[in-house]
Write a protein that binds this ligand. Structure first.
Ligand SMILES: N[C@@H](CCC(=O)N[C@@H](CS)C(=O)NCC(=O)O)C(=O)O
Length: 219
């Protein structure tokens, strides 16, 4: 009998997107179950009793929580194809460092940008751009952060870039002149089927965001 792999997810979640990309890269068959985050299923509450958040990967009945940890788990279990982490301990450590940087620093800045207006918003945009310049340096002349193939840092960063770049939801959020390599990398990633099939449909995202803004304005 094969593995049973279930993903508890929410279609718009960039965290869920990371897990889906990792599964797709490795060609793992899985069932995605959509959660209503305003009315969480008892399965989600049981499988992630600590955080009660998606994504949760349920592998043969056992839960794995937190997207970064899930991606690393996927890489360890299905280690015979498309490795996401380098085998060299120092390079592996560096990939984890930058993945953690995206998770802590960049998501925080993106949220600040989303939630504020005026000067604060502009400051967040500037800060995000400074982070991207660091990634521009890290990428160097490689096609992906993982080298010739997608790696942990690509999987973790691409959903965030997708919101700002692919959907262009926030106008000229990313300064193309300051980070041409990141722009080329984002285009390269979106041309990969394992990545593009995990992006939610543009129209659906735009409708969801505009509805959310309307709700915020009427509060
Ligand atoms: N650190 C978590 C973050 C996951 C997360 O924030 N999930 C959101 C959806 S994007 C969620 O489940 N929110 C429901 C809630 O906070 O109640 C991860 O990397 O998996």
């Amino acid at each position: 009998m094969g593995d049973e792999v279930i993903l508890l997810n929410f279609w718009l979640s960039p965290y869920g997107m990371r897990v889906r990309i990792a599964l797709e890269e490795k060609g793992i068959k899985y069932e995605s179950r959509e959660e209503d985050l305003s009315n969480k299923s008892s399965l989600l509450l049981q499988m992630n009793a600590v955080h009660k958040k998606i994504p949760v990967l349920i592998h043969n009945g056992k839960p794995v929580c937190e997207s970064l940890i899930i991606v690393e788990y996927i890489d360890e279990v299905w280690n015979d194809q498309s490795p996401l982490l380098p085998s060299d301990p120092y390079q592996r450590n560096q990939a984890r460092f930058w993945a953690n940087y995206v998770d802590t620093k960049m998501y925080e800045i993106a949220l600040k940008f989303w939630r504020t207006e005026g000067e604060e918003k502009e400051a967040a945009k500037e800060e995000f751009s400074e982070c991207l310049e660091l990634f521009e340096e890290q990428l160097g002349d490689k096609p992906y952060f993982g080298g010739d193939n997608l790696g942990l840092v690509d999987v973790v960063l691409v959903p965030l870039i997708c919101y700002f770049y692919v959907y262009n939801l926030y106008g000229n959020f990313i300064n193309e002149n300051k980070c041409p390599k990141i722009i080329a990398w984002a285009k390269r990633c979106t041309q990969k089927e394992s990545v593009s099939k995990c992006f939610p449909e543009v129209q659906r995202v735009k409708e969801f965001i505009s509805q959310k803004k309307k709700n915020l304005n009427s509060e």
